[in-house]
Design a protein around this ligand. Structure first.
Ligand SMILES: [Zn+2]
Length: 237
């Protein structure tokens, strides 16, 4: 076995002080790039034209005349639209796609009676599995109005009915309650206080489907059909 030769590598004495100083200077320069004003445009005061639009409480949405997406009026991306291209709307322009940054605020602005609780909505919708597609259906297409009751219940008004939706703790299910009412002989209803349980829903999509699809006339017709079926079933001559 040959003797393994080892060779001592001479240790170079390098002075890193200069390199370190350069790196630190570089990193300081990079930090200042991040923290310094990015451009004068970002810090430019809003034009008077835009200030007027912002302060008009009836104006809810902005979009660009050259095409693009709907923005909530407070969306930072609206700064990318030049004043001369800026269009505004008092209603939701549902022929346009929704911006992916401000969708929740934009939909809530349409139907939340308590818009100031938007951070509570964020956590409640996440818990309930409400997607942007579902919120669009609720607020834009079906005109539903909502309000958070306490911290974990969502009150939803759709046409003349009111519903309560809550997540069942420890499960992925939702519990849906419907307003109480008294059925009148003439086919009308008198709303009374409180709610009754309507359904335990497997998902938010089903809950929204039940709420959106409910009409009292439809409910009565379904009830009558069920009674007819059971009458036939139990008929004994
Ligand atoms: Zn936006």
């Amino acid at each position: 076995m040959g003797k393994k030769s080892t060779r001592a590598v001479p240790r170079e004495r390098i002075d890193y002080t200069q390199l370190l100083a350069e790196l630190q200077a570089g990193s300081a320069a990079a930090d200042s790039l991040v923290t310094a004003p990015v451009s004068t445009e970002d810090h430019q005061a809003l034009s008077r034209f835009r200030q007027r639009l912002m302060s008009d409480e009836h104006i809810l949405y902005f979009y660009s005349g050259s095409g693009g997406e709907v923005h909530d009026k407070t969306c930072p991306r609206t700064r990318e639209i030049l004043d001369q291209n800026l269009r505004w709307s008092k209603t939701y322009p549902n022929h346009l796609p929704q911006c992916s940054l401000c969708w929740m605020k934009a939909y809530l602005r349409l139907g939340a009676r308590d818009l100031f609780r938007n951070s509570d909505y964020e956590s409640l919708f996440a818990e309930m599995g409400m997607t942007s597609k579902l919120l669009r259906r609720m607020y834009v297409h079906k005109g539903m109005q909502t309000e958070i009751i306490g911290s974990d219940r969502l009150k939803i008004r759709c046409r003349e009915d009111t519903w309560l939706l809550e997540a069942v703790p420890g499960t992925r299910y939702l519990r849906l309650f419907h307003n109480n009412y008294q059925a009148n002989a003439d086919g009308s209803r008198t709303f009374t206080s409180g709610y009754h349980e309507q359904a335990v829903c497997a998902c938010a999509k089903y809950a929204v489907k039940v709420i959106a699809g409910y009409t009292y006339a439809g409910h009565q017709a379904a009830l009558a059909q069920r009674q007819e079926i059971s009458a036939v079933y139990f008929y004994e001559p």
